[in-house]
Each structure stands twice: as C-alpha cells, then as structure tokens.
Design a protein around this ligand. Sequence first.
Ligand code: PMP
Length: 413
Amino acid sequence: MIPDISQIRKDFPILDQLVNGKPLIYFDNAATSHRPVQVIERMNEFSLRTNGNIHRATHTLANKTTEAFEASRETVRKYLNAAEVGEVIFTHGTTESINLVAFSFGEAFIGAGDEVIVTEMEHHANIVPWQMMCERKGAILKVLPFSNNGELQIELLDSLITEKTKILAVAHVSNTLGTVNPIAEIIAKAHLRKVPVLVDGAQSAPHFKIDVQALDCDFYAFSGHKMYGPTGIGVLYGKRKWLDQMPPFLGGGEMIDRVTFAKTTYNQLPYKFEAGTPDYVGAIGLAAAIQYVQGYDHQILADYEHQLLIAATAKLKQIEGLKIYGEAQQKAGVICFNIDGIHPFDLGTLLDQLGIAVRTGRLCADPVMDHYNVENMVRVSFSFYNTMDEIETLYKALIRLKAMFGTMNMNSK
Ligand code: PMP
C-alpha cells in the first residue's frame, strides 16, 4: 500500500521551494530530516504561551512546562516501549547519549585490560567516546569487521567476545552502508556471554518501530533531528539495572538530591543524568514529531521507503562506472556511491545546482572509507516524503553530469 505522499508533503512546506532555480529534491535525510508544520507549530505555540524553567518553581508557567516536558518523556517511553520513564533520559542527541554511557558505564564497570567491542561500520559517534574511555581506563577496543557487501561478520562475534568483554556497541542501521544489522541476534549472542549491548539508533529510530523490551537492548540512543523533530534533543534509553549503578555524567542543578560541601547525593532516575536546564522545548517538539509519525501506519511508511531504496538502487546500477558501497540483504534507505572519474565533491556541487541535495565526504565514518580504500563518497538517503519522480530526476541528472565529465575528460586528453 502506498501512502498519499502529496498529502504528506503538504505537512513539510520546506520541500516546496526552488533551490538554484529548480524544485528542491532533498536526499540528505540521514544527516537531518525536515520537520512537519505540526512540530514547528507546537514548539512555537509553546514558546509563545507557556515557557518557564522546569521542575524548580511554583508558578503556573513553570508548572505547565514541567507537565509538558514530562508528558513528552512519557510519549517517548511509550514509543520505545521502555518499562518506565526513569529509563528515558533526554540528552542533546545520539552523540551525547553514547558519550554518557561510555563515560558513566566506563567509570562503573571498566578497568585496565577489559575489552569493548564496536563494529567497523560505526559512525565516529560510536567509536571515539569508547576510544576515549578505553584510553582513560587502559581498556582495549576490539572491532567486529564487515564484509565487502556491507554485512557484519557476525560469525566472528563468538570468538571476539571473551570473559574480559564488558560492553558491545553497534549501529542498528549504518549511516553509510545502509545495512540494517541483525541486532536482535547480536544482542542474544552477547547476552549469552553476559555482555550488555548499546544500540546506536540514530538511523533506525526514524524508520522503524522500536521496542526496546522486545529487543532486550541495554541502551538505545537516538536524535530528534533525524526523526522529524528539532535539533538539540535526543534520547538515551537504558535499563534501570545499569543506570542505577552508573555515576552521573555531568554535574550541576537538577541531577542532585542534596548538596553540601562535605558530600553531594544524587537525584533519582532519570534526573541523575539530566544536569542543568534541558532543551524542554526540543523535548516537546520531539514528542510532537513522534505523534506525527504515529498518525501513520509505521509499516506502510517503512515499506514505501523500501520501495524508494529498491527503485533508486536499480536506477543507479544502470549507470556505467557507478559503484555502490554496501549491498546488504537488509538495507534501509541509504545509498553511498562514487562514479569513476568524477570527484564526489564535484558531483555534490553540481547536483546542488540542479536543486538536488545529497551528502558528500567521509560521512563521519573514516573506517568505512578505509575499508573500501576511498577518500569520500556521495550519499543519497530517503524519507517517506521523497517520491519516485525525484529518483528519476536524480538518475537523469547523474547521466547528464557523467556525459559532461566524459566530454571534459576527452577534451583534456
Ligand atoms: N550515529 C549514527 C549512525 C549517525 O548517523 C549519526 C548522525 N549522522 C550519529 C550517530 C550522531 O548523531 P548526532 O549528530 O545527532 O548526535
């Protein structure tokens, strides 16, 4: 079943504009998605009528803000099917969520000679915080590799995990290869060896229905701005059994119970991990984004995005000299590629001249670039507001640019 895309696009007025004189085609959704008017209006209305700092006052605006903030937490809890709101921590985004776990879990559970496993396809946000912690603690970072087709070599996991392994961190969906990793299987394997798992959900939360209890993940991190919400807000889900034992990440207001110069005691979950004034307007916007998506059948949107992926892959494969990186059996709407003889930055710039927004560069995934021995890639990434016509336009644009570069190369010989 195909959703009514033209109706959906009316909710995203940003899509209805000319860029460089051409109708905008936005294929950079993995970097950030757009916000529907419902989210923007909710945040505006809140700022216009309600704003007051949460949790700390008796006055009406502050109380209304606190209620809206905590209602947003409950919306997130339900969306993730977390067991309780104490397990839902608001952060600034996936990066902060992972840093929080790397720091606090590291402080509580990791010592010299212990091991942490990440995968070769991780975004830097799921590599560097672990490296920093390992350096601090004298621990060892181990890497689960992927095959050239973009699938993790899960069969190596059993031998990679040892009695020293303290945590495994893995992306649900790769931001470069598009691979949907079999995280349920990975979690089950890790749990058999008593290793907790952090799932980087930055690229999965926008596209799939997530049930943290069914997955049985120990931590799950995602960002609001990639799932139709605002920037500056994200979530860390964590099982209480871990969070209770982890020390705070940041210190300050709100995360304390009682402060004296002799000793400070900490607040209960989730506040122990929410020092300072949170982005409560962002949290309210994120809840509005979740409610927006819940207005549709998630499966129908996901199926439609899959159709976009299949159609775009088939089209791109018709272009001679175009190489796609990552052809896993299970893929989300992300395609990275290069075209022989054309620098990815040139491609990105020229596509922009045609109104087509794609991402180029190293995509915060140096190890993926190294795996394929390339400096940069071009990435297109889809959302349910994209259309088959847009894919056709991209295809024609690439054919045109390729012909243009072919002529230039011939002239320069
Ligand atoms: N992990 C993955 C897989 C990502 O794609 C991204 C964003 N590109 C991040 C983490 C970091 O997200 P943020 O910048 O919102 O913290």
